[in-house]
Design a protein around this ligand. Structure first.
Ligand SMILES: Nc1nc2c(c(=O)[nH]1)N[C@H]1C(S)=C(S)[C@@H](COP(=O)(O)O)O[C@H]1N2
Ligand SMILES: [Mo]
Length: 257
C-alpha cells in the first residue's frame, strides 16, 4: 500500500467512526443469527445459549481466551517495521471518539503525570522531568482498526526506562493509562517493556500537537491504534486488567503482535 493510499483512505474514518459501536453489535448479531456459530459457541462455552445475556458472556469469555493465547504467542521481542523520514504520511490523520476541535487543550506548564499502583515512587512527573530522561525516536506505522494506516515520527521516553525510574513492580501484569478526555487503555507488562514502546512527547521534531495527544501519548507500534492513548494524565501498575475505552466495548484487548 502506498502512502498516497494511506492519505486517500483517511476520510473513510469519518463515516466509519459513526458506526464503530454498530460494528460491534453487528458482529454479535451475526453470531446470534448463525445456528452453526451459536452451536459452536455453546459447545465452547459449555452451556445452552438461550438469551442475549449468555451469548454476551460467552463472547466475552472467548475474547479473554483469545487474549491469553495471544499473550502466550507474543514473545516481547518482535519489532514493528520502521520507515524512512521520506515515507512519513503528511498530513497525518486525526482520530478520536470526538471531532478534532474538541481535543483537550492542555497547558503543559500545569500538566502533571500521576503515577500510582505497584510502584515505589508515586511522585507526579512534570514535562521538564520527563524531558530530562533519555529520549528515543521512531518512524513507525500507526494502524487503526477502522481501516486506515499512516506512518509517523515520534520520540520520547522508553516506557521501560520510565517504569524503572518509578520503581515499578515489573513482574506485575498490567500498565494502565488514563487520559484528559476520559479515554483510557492498558498494556500487558511485556508490551509495556517492549523496546519500541515510548512515552511520546514529540511528533516529527516538535512537541506533540494538540490533535495528536499533547503533551504525552503512549506510542506502541506493536499494537493497534486504539491502544495508543493520547493526552495521558495518569499511569498505574496493576495485577487487575484495567481494560480500555474500546476494549470494554468489545474490541480485542490484546490487539497486537
Ligand atoms: N485520549 C485519546 N487517545 C486516543 C483516542 C481517543 O479518542 N482519545 N483514540 C485512539 C484511536 S482509535 C486512534 S486510531 C488514535 C489516533 O491517533 P492520531 O489522532 O494521532 O491519529 O488515537 C488513539 N488514542
Ligand atoms: Mo483507531
Amino acid at each position: 500500500m502506498s502512502d498516497k493510499d494511506d492519505v486517500s483512505r483517511a476520510p473513510e474514518k469519518i463515516r466509519l467512526a459513526d458506526h464503530r459501536t454498530a460494528l460491534v453489535k453487528v458482529e454479535r448479531r451475526l453470531v446470534l443469527r448463525s445456528a452453526l456459530s451459536l452451536g459452536a459457541l455453546s459447545m465452547l462455552a459449555g452451556c445452552d445459549l438461550q438469551d442475549n445475556d449468555s451469548v454476551d458472556k460467552a463472547l466475552w469469555a472467548m475474547s479473554r481466551w483469545n487474549d491469553r493465547v495471544q499473550a502466550l504467542l507474543f514473545r516481547g521481542d518482535k519489532l514493528a517495521p520502521t520507515y524512512a523520514a521520506s515515507q512519513v504520511t503528511n498530513p497525518f490523520p486525526f482520530n478520536a471518539f470526538y471531532d478534532e476541535f474538541n481535543a483537550p487543550d492542555i497547558d503543559g506548564a500545569d500538566w502533571q503525570l500521576e503515577v500510582s499502583g505497584l510502584v515505589g515512587d508515586k511522585r507526579p512527573w512534570t514535562l521538564e522531568r520527563l524531558r530530562a530522561l533519555p529520549q528515543q525516536g521512531q518512524i513507525t506505522r500507526h494502524i487503526c482498526i477502522e481501516g486506515w494506516s499512516a506512518i509517523g515520527q515520534w520520540s520520547g521516553v522508553p516506557l521501560k526506562r520510565f517504569l524503572q525510574a518509578v520503581g515499578a513492580d515489573l513482574s506485575a501484569k498490567y500498565v494502565g493509562f488514563k487520559c484528559a478526555d476520559r479515554y483510557y487503555s492498558s498494556l500487558d507488562m511485556p508490551s509495556a517493556l517492549h523496546p519500541q514502546t515510548i512515552l511520546a512527547l514529540d511528533f516529527g521534531k516538535e512537541p506533540l500537537p494538540t490533535s495528536y495527544g499533547y503533551p504525552l501519548k503512549v506510542r506502541v507500534p506493536t499494537k493497534l491504534g486504539f491502544k495508543n492513548p493520547k493526552h495521558v494524565v495518569a499511569i498505574y501498575v496493576s495485577n487487575q486488567n484495567p481494560g480500555g475505552y474500546w476494549e470494554d466495548q468489545g474490541y480485542n484487548w490484546f490487539s497486537g503482535i
